[in-house]
Design a protein around this ligand. Structure first.
Ligand code: F6R
Length: 219
């Protein structure tokens, strides 16, 4: 397992965009997508490339328990940064909802899953201690994650305390996985996840057992 060190955030975004572009050439591509600050440059680059998304289906990794029309919902994030700016069919853009089994049932044969990593090693909203066998479910967010995400809300009290997330098992069923980390503050946790013990205390460490996984990092 090697972490590819990118020269810059632009470089990281371009390299991952190259992989997505390749996958979009498949007849009916299926992608799992993240939100957060890390993929914003990737989404910008994908929009600039004016690719054909008309046969693509996407699954978002997670969503707060929040009104989907709320400006800080992940629905709104994806519309703003990607979906409203490409030719994807809105019906092909899926988000986890309270019907978690139905979501689990439609996530299959995914060609590529793109992930960010939280400062505590979480992927999606699978916080430390999440079972490697976990599937889509409702979860309580940890204080650390609420604090990390408070930068997007007027006050910390406005940050939702629960979310629906794909599980670690759901993520691992993807044919290919990419994890992206941007910034020195992510270096240690990414290295621990990629080179350290495989433990439920660091959810991203499960990725070491995937046979088609790439990690990209920039300072
Ligand atoms: C969001 C998600 C999260 C983020 C992680 C890193 O859909 O899956 O696990 O990837 O919290 O967030 P940023 O990119 O904001 O550092």
């Amino acid at each position: 397992m090697e972490i590819s060190k990118c020269k810059s955030y632009k470089d990281l975004s371009n390299l991952v965009a190259d992989v997505v572009e390749h996958i979009l050439a498949l007849p009916e591509p299926k992608l799992i997508l993240p939100t957060g600050s890390t993929p914003i440059g990737l989404y910008k680059e994908l929009v600039n490339r004016q690719l054909d998304w008309s046969t693509t289906t996407t699954f978002n990794l997670d969503e707060y328990i929040i009104n989907p029309n709320h400006p800080q919902s992940y629905h709104s994030f994806m519309k703003k940064h990607l979906f409203d700016r490409i030719n994807i069919y809105p019906n092909n853009c899926n988000f986890p909802n309270r019907n978690t089994q139905a979501y689990e049932d439609i996530i299959s044969e995914v060609d590529l899953c793109i992930l960010g990593i939280g400062s505590n090693g979480h992927i999606a909203f699978n916080e430390p201690g999440s079972s490697f066998d976990s599937v889509t479910r409702v979860v309580d967010l940890t204080e650390e994650t609420i604090k990390d995400n408070s930068r997007f809300f007027p006050t910390i009290e406005d940050v939702p305390t629960q979310a629906i997330t794909m599980g670690l098992k759901s993520i691992m069923s993807s044919k290919k996985i990419i994890i992206m980390a941007n910034g020195k503050h992510k270096k240690n946790i990414l290295e621990q996840a990629m080179y350290g013990d495989i433990t439920e205390d660091i959810p991203a460490s499960i990725l070491q057992t995937h046979t088609n996984m790439e990690a990209f990092y920039c300072d």
